[in-house]
Design a protein around this ligand. Structure first.
Ligand code: NDP
Length: 494
């Protein structure tokens, strides 16, 4: 295991070389200020707007991007990854010959969206810290960890340059680790797409269960994470380690969590994480995200809207208001003194019922039995196969969706292919692009318009595998699917 510190990095390598920080946002501002405070010469490249004004107010020379690229010897590309390929092509690439190109993320190089010219050193200096932390921790004197890497070493000193830059931004004070561009990008995406969401679902599952069992919502949220205890404990885990931080908790807590912990080693979780990692490593995610951006990010907008409509979002908002301020790692006096407003039980439950779909409620009076569901689906699928609106949707597409209703033991498949629609009970002949698994009740709710499919997916009532964009494209004909399903349902119940 190798971790680099100040003594491994020689900033003299950067002496007399002008560093051009391209972009003055989260990372750009923090890194530019740190590099300058470390005694290095820094100019900023930005278009003329409030970021440029901020850089000037901070005392930097600010130039248009191409001019900054031309005048600098070492270029730090610190603009959003999504816009980087185009900006690189137009503004940066023509001025690079013989220079050093540094990235704070491996994404664009690893997935082939940027191919630097062969005569430049290409390095990675990627803080494991948000921009505000990069600056604050530099000023505090303790620094923050970073990954460094080398994609091209023309000078023979690329790694030393990366280490010197890491020292300049204050990272070698805390520790720097070498990785490849691909490893940095894949680990970053894995954290965002697998670890983070899995953790999030553990949290929402716990909230869901405890609310269903009647615990007061404000107590549930405070207990699980909104008191700030969780974030404090995570800090202690990083500082002391998983096992040793246990000493900070009671012996009841230590015994309880260790003796019960094994129950949650779920093989399914590992399999899902592996699937996510494979999507990342194969470039499937990067291609999907590029296509989503080219289309103007409609799926992202819909996902955000659905997330904001989840009951938990509203509960959090109400509790934040009731607390008066967000509880933090170190509670401010106002937060410490703040008491929760008295909420009568009756009001609380009225509030909760409005927000939280109770799973244990009696089934809908019109809920379908398994046999009825099969008949409804058979009729629905027969209608779908001949429907002109679905055929129109199918033009220019190749999409097989496989629905699995485990509780009623039914499966069905809809295939949209070049203007035709094939639909029937049972699994598809070959692999499906999208597979949705839910219950008969939720499917019935979705196809009768009572349940929003995206919300169902986000609250765990429906799970899907495959490309999110493809799965969501079916939403375009959701009204038609509802029309056909309702007709089949009415016919069956008549
Ligand atoms: P920001 O979103 O904060 O970048 C904003 C800056 O980019 C502004 O200067 C903005 O200027 C400029 N910019 C935005 N769009 C364009 C465009 N089309 N053309 C030219 N300039 C543009 O980015 P971050 O600091 O978050 O990220 C920068 C890099 O750092 C990325 O590679 C990221 O992956 C990496 N990184 C980020 C971390 C973070 O916590 N944020 C952590 C570690 C790495 P203007 O709008 O005026 O053009």
């Amino acid at each position: 295991m190798r971790v680099y510190h100040d003594q491994d990095a020689d900033m003299n390598l950067l002496a007399g070389r002008r560093i051009g920080v391209i972009g003055y946002g989260n990372q750009g501002r923090a890194q530019a200020l740190n590099l300058r405070d470390s005694g290095l010469e820094v100019i900023v490249g930005n278009q003329e707007d409030e970021y440029a004004q901020q850089a000037r107010a901070d005392g930097f020379t600010v130039l248009p991007l191409a001019q900054a690229a031309a005048q600098a010897d070492i270029l730090l590309l610190l603009i959003p990854d999504e816009v980087m390929p185009q900006v690189f092509e137009q503004e940066i690439a023509p001025h690079l010959s013989g220079k050093v190109l540094a990235f704070a993320s491996g994404y664009n190089v690893a997935f082939g969206f940027i191919t630097p010219p062969p005569d430049v050193d290409v390095v990675l200096v990627a803080p494991r810290m948000i921009g505000a932390g990069v600056r604050d921790l530099y000023l505090a004197g303790c620094g923050f960890p970073s990954f460094i890497g080398v994609a091209q070493d023309v000078s023979g000193r690329a790694k030393e340059i990366a280490l010197a830059l890491a020292r300049g931004i204050g990272s070698t004070r805390a520790g720097v680790v070498e990785v490849t561009f691909a490893q940095e990008a894949e680990l970053d995406l894995f954290t965002e797409q697998c670890f983070g969401p899995a953790f999030g679902h553990v949290l929402t599952t716990a909230v869901d269960l405890l609310l269903e069992e009647g615990y007061p919502p404000e107590a549930v949220l405070l207990e699980l994470y909104m008191s700030g205890e969780l974030s404090y404990t995570l800090g202690k885990i990083a500082e002391l380690g998983m096992v040793e931080q246990g000493a900070l908790h009671s012996r009841t807590s230590q015994y309880g969590s260790m003796s019960r912990g094994m129950r949650f080693l779920l093989p399914e979780l590992r399999a899902r994480m592996r699937q996510g990692l494979e999507e990342i490593r194969s470039g499937q995610f990067a291609r999907e995200w590029a296509a989503e951006q080219a289309a103007g990010c409609p799926t992202l907008a819909a996902l955000k809207e659905a997330a904001r409509s989840l009951p938990l979002y509203e509960l959090e908002r109400e509790l934040r208001q009731a607390l008066g301020s967000v509880p933090t790692y170190r509670p401010a006096p106002a937060a410490r003194g703040a008491s929760l407003p008295a909420v009568s039980t009756g009001r609380r439950w009225a509030w909760l019922r409005r927000l939280w779909p109770r799973r244990s409620r009696a089934p809908d009076s019109a809920a379908l039995g398994a046999a009825q569901m099969e008949t409804v689906l058979r009729r629905f699928l027969a209608r779908a196969a001949g429907d002109p609106a679905l055929r129109a949707f199918s033009r220019g597409r190749q999409l097989t969706t496989h629905y699995v209703l485990k509780d009623v033991g039914l499966e069905f498949t809809m295939r949209f292919q070049d203007g035709s629609v094939a639909a029937g009970l049972g699994p598809p002949d070959g692999p499906a692009e999208v597979r949705l698994e839910t219950t008969g009740e939720v499917l019935d709710g979705m196809f009768t318009g009572r349940i929003n499919a995206l919300r169902a997916a986000m609250s765990g009532q429906l799970s899907f595998s495959g490309e999110a964009r493809l799965a969501m494209s079916v939403q375009q004909v959701q009204d038609d699917l509802c029309r056909l399903y309702r007709a089949a349902r009415e016919e069956t119940l008549a």
